[in-house]
Design a protein around this ligand. Sequence first.
Ligand SMILES: Nc1ncnc2c1ncn2[C@@H]1O[C@H](COP(=O)(O)OP(=O)(O)O)[C@@H](O)[C@H]1O
Ligand SMILES: N[C@@H](CCOP(=O)(O)O)C(=O)O
Length: 319
Amino acid sequence: MAVYTHVSAEALAAFLQRYDVGELISAKGIAEGVENSNYLVDTTRGRYILTLYEKRVAADDLPFFMALLDHLDTKGLPVPPAIKDRAGEEIQELEGRPACLIKFLSGVSLSHPTPAQAHAAGDAMGAMHRAVADFTPTRPNSMGIETWRPLFERCGRSMDDIASGLYDDLGHALDAVEANWRGADLDRSAIHADLFPDNVLMIGNQVTGLIDFYFACTDIRVYDLAVMHTAWAFDAKGGGYDAAVGEALIASYEQHFPLSPFERAQFQTLASGACIRFALSRAWDWLNTPADALVMRKDPLAYVRRLKHYDAELVKRSV
Ligand SMILES: Nc1ncnc2c1ncn2[C@@H]1O[C@H](COP(=O)(O)OP(=O)(O)O)[C@@H](O)[C@H]1O
Ligand SMILES: N[C@@H](CCOP(=O)(O)O)C(=O)O
């Protein structure tokens, strides 16, 4: 349940007075999501998303995220920019939290994408990377490779309480990824860095929304595709690889940016890195979120299984 901060009807009605969006009709908390508090807001003029940024999103990062959304929106990408108030401001404060009123996009996020849907999503990522070619603001990746070792050490041997041997398994995988990582030799750009199926809205086979840009940053462009591959091409438990979905993502992305031989050679390492990143953030949450908390803890082991897939691919390529 992702409503951490309650917004009273009175406070919301007063907040909406800053905008040219009509009068409040209704507001409902949105259960999906884990980072922020989200409400679906209906007014006499339309439908909006109200997001209150909780502790994981730094207020200082919001101008970067909003500038990126405005840039992509201007280029015709299906992203939800923040609505400007009458004074032209996008970032506000509500109930003591940074808050934005955001354009509502239609569509649903999929649990089991088909190859055709993966094709549309890979195409959308390629179009997004093209569109940021002239986007100049930068933001370091707050979950980039430099952060994995410190997070691994902070999780420590407690990870063995999640699964026996997990600390050593992830430690060895991290050693290998750090040794093989050639980030300095790969193209960088603004990336989404979390384009999971739940962050892509679709109607049928058409992408209607790319949302949740709150990990967006400047990092290796193909790493964004690798993150997407780890998130889309496996069943929820992370065991079964769906080659048709994985290949559709890459083929459609390549319509915009064909992978160079070097990028292809690095892809398994980038994907293994992505698996470590999500296994570690999930393990940290698993160890530090009380079992009875309202937030749904995501399974770190699903990402450990995916890691094994990429390791096996690497071995296959080297024999
Ligand atoms: N602009 C939008 N248009 C329509 N629905 C949205 C929009 N933004 C968020 N949502 C809905 O809210 C849910 C949670 O949003 P998300 O940004 O993923 O939250 P969190 O950052 O907390 O993970 C999404 O799964 C989607 O259902
Ligand atoms: N996609 C990440 C967690 C981030 O959650 P989101 O709801 O903000 O996408 C994961 O699955 O571990």
